[in-house]
Design a protein around this ligand. Sequence first.
Ligand SMILES: [Zn+2]
Length: 77
Amino acid sequence: MGLYVEIMCDERKNWPGTPEYAGKIEHRCWSNRNDSAQGYSVAQARKEAKKQGWKIIGRYACCPGCLKNLPGEGASE
Ligand SMILES: [Zn+2]
C-alpha cells in the first residue's frame, strides 16, 4: 500500500451555467476529476501542486481549473 498526501482543492467549482459549458463531461475542478496533486509528504505534495499551477496559500489550495475566471462569472467578488 502506498502512503501519500493529496492536496485537495478548496474551491470545487463547477462550470458556469452558460450554454458553451453545458456539454462538458469532464469536471472543472481537478479534485473532482480525482486529479489532486500528490506527494509522499505534505511539503512534496505542495511543491508538486505549485508545479502544476495550483495556488497554495497556507492551508488554502486552489486547483488550476478553479483558479481561472471563466466568462459569465467572477467580477462579482
Ligand atoms: Zn478546484
